[in-house]
Design a protein around this ligand. Structure first.
Ligand code: ATP
Length: 458
């Protein structure tokens, strides 16, 4: 087995139609990525699996799709206008731009620089003679705070337009609709609201392929509970989140909880942990889980002058609920899943064999339809393809030797293949091949559909 590197994954993702560089024919736009025919399927499957687990099967949660553009006062209230900043530092010698906290943490991974003040970071970089990672010199500017929100303007005339922000997280849209959702769904605390959607951050140092980009998707849950019960729910959602990843076949050895100590906690949070995954470049954040107290709802209540209190229908107690927030990035999960599933070996013949060992629920195509001999079996195979594609994502392939066609499907993780041969024309049965067991069974079309639907369940 060859070791996986980011380069291997990037090449694989490009060559098989998972992820392409954005705007490539114009020379690209740095750190933008497009999801090709297989990538969009995998992304959709990840989002569906999340929705199924955290909305459909959850006894507590409901869904929401709020708008990306919010009244700008919401971002003042949430603290994003004043404080959603990263510490920016430039190398005077080579003009490269860095995040000061990352410089420090790369130099000494045991230091948590996100808890440091600006002057502490400057002193640390100087005292430890941290060099510029690009040129090795020691000549940095002072640190400036850089707001990560993308600003845009609404209206036809630029100067008179209303300044708006593209949301840097989906969470705030949930807080703004908290009362609507609670009332219209007649929900009692504890309950949660889930949202999946695009977020935008003007990251200083995007990179590592799709790990850190300026445009990305989040799958967020805001879980509202009674003050004093947040520790129970924080532990509950930690466990549920980890289980979800394990159920998607991410290996437990590649996952770890990274609890934030007091110096790392945001001012509104009394408990935070990150689930980190072991990417090819090392352990890094996949899923942030934060207990956010009543900070957000209180801020929005104050700034909007609208009560966001909840009244317990049994005890008549009035309070602002506390919030526990698990927040997961779709692209980071995509990268983790690809990294976990991709295997390749070089055969004695020199041929490279790729096998994408992905959970069947996530596989872009669930079944490949393969006429054994194109000339004789095409018509029947097309019939089978049309029937199967009413149930699941199916792909039709008639090009080349059957073994080669199987391997093409193995390389993209298609869990099943149906082969149409001479006997199929006589008795209406087909060979169903299971990628993982390599078992081949003769079944009718109805049996095949039932079998596949059972096996791709998540
Ligand atoms: P980081 O420390 O890596 O910048 P963060 O702590 O700022 O991340 P959160 O604000 O907690 O991230 O966002 C929740 C989740 O959203 C993250 O765990 C990650 O999966 C995803 N996410 C955040 N920023 C990005 C980004 N720039 N690109 C891709 N995914 C992101």
């Amino acid at each position: 087995m060859k070791a996986k590197s980011m380069e291997t994954l990037i090449n694989y993702a490009k060559n098989y139609g998972f992820v392409y560089q954005g705007s490539e024919i114009y020379g690209g736009l740095a750190n933008t990525w497009d999801y090709g025919p297989l990538g969009v399927e995998l992304k959709n499957n990840l989002k569906q699996a999340f929705w199924k687990r955290f909305v459909q099967e959850s006894p507590y949660n409901v869904g929401l799709d709020s708008s990306i553009l919010l009244n700008p006062n919401a971002w003042v209230a949430s603290g994003h206008v004043g404080g959603f900043n990263d510490p920016l530092i430039d190398c005077k010698a080579c003009q490269t731009r860095h995040r000061a906290d990352h410089l420090i943490e790369t130099y000494d991974p045991s230091v948590h620089a996100d808890g440091m003040k600006i002057n502490e970071m400057e002193a640390y970089i100087k005292d430890n003679h941290i060099p510029c990672p690009a040129c090795g010199k020691h000549d940095f500017t002072t640190i400036r705070q850089f707001n990560l929100m993308f600003k845009t303007s609404q209206g036809v005339v630029d100067e008179q337009g209303l300044d708006l922000y593209l949301r840097p997280e989906t969470a705030q849209g949930i807080f703004l609709d908290f009362k609507h959702v609670q009332r219209t769904s007649r929900l009692k605390v504890p309950f949660g609201i889930v949202q999946i959607g695009k977020s935008f951050r003007n990251e200083i140092t995007p990179g590592n392929f799709i790990f850190r980009t300026r445009e990305f998707e989040q799958m967020e849950l805001e879980f509202f509970c009674k003050p004093g019960t947040e520790k129970t729910w924080f532990d509950y959602w930690k466990k549920e989140s980890m289980q979800f990843l394990i159920d998607l076949n991410l290996h437990a050895d590649n996952l770890t909880f990274e609890d934030h100590d007091a110096s790392q906690l945001s001012h509104y949070s009394n408990m935070t942990t990150d689930i980190e995954y072991k990417y090819p470049f090392g352990f890094d954040e996949l899923w942030g889980i934060a207990s956010r107290t009543d900070y957000d709802l209180t801020q929005h209540q104050t700034h909007s002058e609208t009560s966001l209190e909840y009244m317990d229908p049994v005890t008549n107690e009035k309070y602002i609920p506390y919030v526990v927030e698990p927040s997961l990035g779709v692209e980071r999960l995509f990268l983790a899943v690809l990294n976990e599933a991709y295997t390749s070996e070089t055969l004695e013949s020199g041929e490279e064999r790729i096998n994408l060992n992905i959970h069947p629920a996530l596989a872009p195509y669930k079944v490949a339809v393969l006429p054994l001999i194109k000339k004789h079996h095409k018509e029947e195979a097309e019939k089978v393809y049309r029937a199967l594609s009413k149930h699941v994502m199916a792909v039709y392939d008639e090009a080349g030797k059957i073994g080669r066609r199987y391997r093409r499907q193995d390389a993209i993780g298609t869990p099943f293949a149906v082969t149409i041969d001479h006997d199929s024309l006589e008795d209406g049965t087909y060979t169903l091949r299971d990628k993982n067991t390599m078992e081949q069974t003769r079944l009718s079309l109805d049996e095949i559909i039932a079998h596949i639907e059972k096996r791709i369940k998540f």
